[in-house]
Every structure is written in structure tokens, then in C-alpha cells.
Ligand binder design. Structure first.
Ligand code: SAH
Ligand code: SF4
Length: 392
């Protein structure tokens, strides 16, 4: 189902020049912005409440600020939201937004509803510098890091869409969780992702607890422990193979950070316990990583680690070189893990009809044939082989 829903952009400039967005500023920066307007820094607290607790997008609505301040804010700033280019809702109620940022770059955000709650899957980069061979995002060339404001803005757009303002109590939230599992490698954009998540967690605003946030990484070893120490959010690792040969063949980052280093970093992740386990994501690729021997090797690799497995049926995309493992193979794989005492869930693909499932996100809206997409994918892998850190 397609629901084209163009949102009128907030004009980013006025007669007085460009207007700076406020979403994405941390408290100190917001206070400094107040001082720049000739105000006392404590006004930032009121503004923060309006922006992150009430979800206000119009300064005129901020009635406990003086008229004079509201006028100055409107002259120099916008609250700041990405623009919705396209909104689609799947037959299973999964909703996907293609969002455009001030410079015209685009990224996708997905809401995955459950019965009475749900997770917003947010992107951390436009495209990805890495080239995991099963991932559609990995074929995308255009890349830049998203700013903290653009990352928080994705969640705020989702909240706008469901009218979830002001911030409800935890129990009654529909948009109850965030998974940083959209486009991009969050740990190659650590500063902005961390800044965004700190804003999301601040208790007088969006106030989402750290246990409701999961960050997924392909294994950027140096930043893993840092994420644990600075953010304390749940960790998910895109493992996808129990040995270096298989992993390197499907995830070139494994050349840079092989399994031994990756597993040492995971084992050092602060706060892991049986009630707070690391999630290993494992995409099921037919004939590549899905045999009983692979399952047994996983058990060995993760021995003694508080962890759970999330088996993801491979989501195909036009031009992909892999197929999804058969249901029986996935079941047998899960059973081996289960028999060894692990929790091993098989993820139900969501939003497949709108290409919103894991690894399908891509902003290139050109309609290309499968053959053309494959040719492009191969060219992208050659060009980006091995990936690398993006310095914005
Ligand atoms: N870059 C981060 C987060 C985004 S990807 C990471 O790699 O962890 C989110 C998850 O989707 C990852 O586990 C990724 O490996 C998986 N994924 C990518 N492409 C997929 C596909 N086509 N089918 C199923 N899962 C896929
Ligand atoms: Fe990038 Fe993650 Fe896709 Fe790999 S799986 S290409 S790290 S988005």
C-alpha cells in the first residue's frame, strides 16, 4: 500500500538568512543558543520540554515563552524535522518513511508494530561504507553520516505519525523501543549516534530508557565497549558466521576485525548478565552458513557468554546473490542452539511487501531490473571492497 504524503517542509531560511534547527542540540548547546538570542540560559529547559516532551514544531504554540522570545526563535531557528518524501504502510501494519534532510540526502525509517507496542528502526548513515554481500544498503554508493538531529528527527517523525505526544508513560507507549538497525553502521558514526541517543534517553523529554534501545553493529571492535560505557544500551552483533573464512566471505569488515577480536570486545561489554544478554543476529543463507556444523561451531564460539540468537530469514532483494535457507533447515539450526540451552528465535520478516524488512532499506528509488541491480551491486562491492571508516 502506498500513501504518498508529502509534508510541507519547514522553510529553512527566512528573510534574515538560514534558520538553524534546534533538534539535535544537547542541553549546553541549546542554552548557548538562548544566550545568542539575548536570553537567560535557563530558557533552554522550557524549550527542551516543548520540543522533546510536547513534540511542538511551531514556536507560536510555546505559550509560556514571551511573545518577544517566540518571535526571535521563529526568526533565527526552526524546531527541525526531516521531510517525509514517501510513507508506505504494509499489509502487516509495518510503516516505512523515506525521509529527506536539509541537503536533500535521504534515509529510511521503519516502525514495526506489535500488539500494543513496537520498535522504530532508525538509520545512522545515508547508505553504508561497508559491503556485506547479503545487504541491499551495502550496494548503495552515496554515503554520509547523519547528524544527531537527523537521527533523533527520525524517531520524532514516527511519533508525529502516530500522534504520540506529549511523551506517554512507558507502559502506554506504542512506539516503545528503538532499534538502531536501519541504514548504515552506527559505530562508524559514533559521536552523532551517541549524542542522539542521549537526547532520546533524557528523562524530561522523550525519556526512553536504555533498556528499550538496541544498537546493532557489524562489529566495529574499538567502539563496542565505548558504546557500553557511554550509553549502556542493549547490544546486538551481526555475527552471521562462526568462523573467519565464512564471515569474511560475506562481511568484508571481518578482515579488519576478525572473530577473535570481536568476541573479546563482546565479552568485555559492560553489564552483561543473564538478565541482560547480547543478541547475535544471524542471517540464514542457503548453503553458506546454515549447516548443523555451523550451529555447533556457534555454541563453541559463544560458550559461557550471556547471549541469545536471533535467526533472520534472508530477505531477498532484486539482484541478490543469495537465497534464504529452507524453513526446515532454519528450524533444525534453531533446535541445535535450543538444545544447547540458548534462546534462539526466528525473526518473522515484517513489511516485506514494502521492502521494509531487515537489510532491504535503500533510498535509490529508481526502478531497475534485477539484472541492472545486480550489475550495480557488483560494481559497488568492487569500488568499496573492504569498506572503511567514514570521516564526516
Ligand atoms: N549496520 C548494522 C545495522 C543495520 S543492519 C549491522 O550490520 O548490524 C540490521 C540487520 O539486518 C543486521 O543484522 C544485518 O546483517 C541484517 N541484514 C542485512 N541485510 C539483510 C537481508 N537481506 N536479510 C536479512 N537480514 C539482513
Ligand atoms: Fe552496512 Fe549493516 Fe548492511 Fe553491512 S549489514 S552493509 S554494516 S547496513
Amino acid at each position: 500500500m502506498n500513501h504518498p504524503r508529502p509534508t510541507p517542509p519547514e522553510p529553512a531560511s527566512s528573510a534574515h538568512g538560514p534558520r538553524a534547527p534546534l533538534v539535535g542540540l544537547d542541553r549546553a548547546e541549546l542554552a548557548a543558543a538562548m544566550v545568542d538570542l539575548g536570553e537567560k540560559p535557563f530558557r533552554a529547559k522550557q524549550l527542551w520540554h516543548w520540543i522533546y516532551h510536547r513534540g511542538a514544531t511551531d514556536f507560536a504554540a510555546m505559550t509560556d515563552l514571551s511573545k518577544d522570545l517566540r518571535a526571535k526563535l521563529a526568526e533565527h531557528h526552526v524546531v527541525g524535522r526531516p521531510v517525509i518524501v514517501r510513507e508506505q504502510t504494509s499489509s502487516d501494519r509495518t510503516r516505512k518513511w523515506l525521509l529527506a534532510f536539509a541537503d536533500g540526502e535521504k534515509a529510511e525509517t521503519v516502525f514495526i508494530p506489535e500488539e500494543d507496542r513496537g520498535a522504530v528502526c532508525i538509520s545512522s548513515q545515508v547508505g553504508c561504507t561497508l559491503t556485506c554481500r547479503f545487504c541491499h544498503t551495502g550496494t548503495q554508493r552515496l554515503v554520509r553520516n547523519l547528524s544527531a538531529g537527523e537521527i533523533v528527527g527520525q524517531f520524532m517523525v514516527a511519533r508525529d505519525s502516530y500522534g504520540e505526544w506529549p511523551t506517554p508513560t512507558d507502559e502506554s507507549r506504542m512506539l516503545s523501543n528503538i532499534v538502531v538497525m536501519g541504514m548504515g553502521e552506527p559505530l562508524y558514526n559514533f559521536e552523532e549516534v551517541a549524542k542522539a541517543l542521549k537526547i532520546v534517553m533524557a528523562d524530561d523529554g522523550i525519556a526512553l530508557g536504555k533498556r528499550r534501545i538496541t544498537l546493532s553493529t557489524s562489529g566495529v571492535v574499538p567502539e563496542i565497549v565505548r558504546a557500553g560505557e557511554e550509553l549502556g544500551v542493549n547490544l546486538a552483533i551481526s555475527l552471521h558466521a562462526p568462523d573467519d573464512d565464512t564471515r569474511t566471505a560475506i562481511m568484508p569488515i571481518n578482515k579488519k576485525y576478525p572473530l577473535k577480536e570481536l568476541m573479546a570486545a563482546v565479552r568485555a561489554y559492560p553489564g552483561l548478565s543473564n538478565s541482560r544478554r547480547v543478541t547475535f543476529e544471524y542471517v540464514m543463507l542457503k548453503g553458506i552458513n546454515d549447516t548443523p556444523a555451523h550451529a555447533r561451531a556457534l555454541i563453541k564460539l559463544t560458550a559461557g557468554l550471556p547471549c541469545k540468537f536471533n535467526l533472520i530469514p534472508f530477505n531477498a532483494w532484486p539482484g541478490a546473490i543469495y537465497e534464504c535457507s529452507d524453513p526446515d533447515t532454519i528450524e533444525a539450526f534453531a533446535q541445535i542452539l535450543y538444545n544447547a540451552g540458548y534462546t534462539a528465535t526466528v525473526r518473522t520478516p515484517r513489511g516485506r511487501d514494502i521492502l521494509a524488512a531487515c537489510g532491504q532499506l535503500k533510498t535509490d528509488s529508481e526502478r531497475l531490473s534485477a539484472r541492472e541491480q545486480r550489475a550495480r551491486a557488483e560494481a559497488a562491492w568492487r569500488e568499496k571492497d573492504g569498506g572503511g571508516q567514514l570521516h564526516a
